[in-house]
Design a protein. Structure first.
Length: 410
């Protein structure tokens, strides 16, 4: 077996899409608008695939975007996506070879970090990824969801159609990026591709409903949700609500959106996914036990250029630490560094000083955006402290007021 690793050619994009969807059990059958947008979102030079005798048998790719940091900062990110190996070629080293080539390719382009959603959580630690953003799935019986506390809501909720949602939702998205780290940028092409689903009523859930929260002429929140009618006349069984896309940027927008969702008549079981790990909903409920919460690993981060990455994000607290990063998958990405933070900005340099702590690159990826703490990782054996207090100092430097969050699939 001779495997060729390379980027796809423009004429191979449809084959690329077919291979990706087949790996997840789906068929790739986009209409002309979807296919055009797919090609615009995913650049050809961001792919790295495996071929045998001209047949596409493995895929990886990276979508470029800027993600939000605290205090208005942004971080260039290679969003790794479309990862799959044909069933006919599993466990033959294809994924390892593709991932190594893809990460080096994106590093050479100047991306300091890469990130991904993991379809299987046991795969990516070996490649130096660490869990950096945690999310929760919610499930609640709306008949038992009573608010005891809620902030004042000076604005209003209103329904919008698909065209208006496409126009207004980006405003709420950008407002959320100002208060949450980890949210990717979305350009018009991404929004146009997302908006196609607003007119899709082919699933059992039907066409989605869209609402916005508006305050003083500004759109500060939105929700997209679908309804499934389970009602049997004369019985207590009613329908279900799946709110798969909720974005808020203020306490008022958050409370208003949730008040709406919990008061949809005849639909009593509400589920969400991609809820922030620190969502305020439990604290508004009279009885928190009515809310079923399932935490899960959402976004995994991989460091590609440690100096550039740590200088690109912003920080809440000043400090100085020396640390050593062990990177077995991409040795050129490891080393010994000194990070000094003053007035919220960091300077990171390679040094020869003795380190305050040593950690694998996956552990640095886990804390990078503020979603995990080194003091927790130490208890799991994922970092070794050499200077007392250095891990606590680092945790204070990397902390964020709100937990990082990524409401966009990529």
């Amino acid at each position: 077996m001779t495997i060729e690793y390379r980027q796809i050619q423009p004429a191979e994009f449809r084959k690329f899409g077919i291979a990706i969807e087949r790996g997840f059990g789906f068929h790739y059958s986009p209409n002309s608008a979807q296919f055009r947008l797919d090609k615009e979102i995913l650049p050809i030079n961001g792919t790295m695939c495996a071929f045998e005798d001209g047949e596409l048998v493995g895929t990886t790719a990276a979508i470029p975007f800027d993600e939000s940091s605290i205090q208005g900062g942004t971080i260039r990110n290679a969003g790794v996506t479309a990862v799959g190996v044909s069933t006919t070629h599993r466990r033959q080293g294809l994924l390892t070879n593709m991932m190594q080539r893809l990460l080096r390719q994106e590093r050479e382009k100047g991306f300091p970090v890469a990130s991904l959603w993991a379809s299987e959580s046991s795969i990516y630690g070996r490649f130096g990824y660490g869990v950096a953003i945690h999310h929760e799935n919610f499930r609640i019986d709306t008949r038992r969801a009573k608010f005891t506390f809620a902030p004042n809501i000076p604005g209003r909720i209103r329904f919008v159609d698909a065209d208006e949602a496409r126009k207004l939702f980006p405003q709420a998205w950008e407002a959320a990026r100002e208060v949450r780290a980890g949210i990717p940028s979305r350009d018009d092409v991404h929004w146009d591709r997302w908006a196609i689903g607003l007119n899709d009523g082919g699933s059992e859930w039907g066409k989605p409903w869209t609402i916005v929260y508006e305050e003083d002429g500004k759109i500060l929140g939105y929700a997209k949700y679908q309804l499934q009618d389970l009602h049997v006349f004369g019985e207590q069984t009613h329908g279900a609500i799946n709110a798969d896309d909720i974005v808020t940027s203020s306490p008022a927008s958050h409370a208003a959106i949730w008040t709406h969702l919990l008061n949809v008549d005849l639909y009593d079981t509400l589920t969400t996914w991609r809820s922030p790990i620190d969502d305020g909903l439990p604290w508004m409920l009279e009885d928190q036990r009515q809310l079923e919460r399932m935490p899960y690993d959402a976004i995994w981060y991989r460091m590609l250029d440690i100096q550039a990455a740590l200088e690109s994000r912003t920080y809440l607290n000043d400090g100085s630490v020396v640390f050593e990063v062990v990177d077995e998958f991409l040795p050129e990405c490891g080393g010994r560094f000194k990070l000094e933070v003053q007035a919220g900005r960091g300077t990171c340099l390679g040094v020869t000083e003795e380190p305050d702590f040593t950690l694998p690159t996956a552990s640095l990826g886990a804390i990078f955006i503020g979603g995990s703490r080194l003091t927790d990782l130490e208890r799991a054996g994922r970092v070794d402290e050499h200077t007392d207090g250095s891990l606590a100092t680092t945790d204070r430097m990397f902390s964020t007021i709100r937990a990082p969050w990524c409401p966009m699939m990529f």
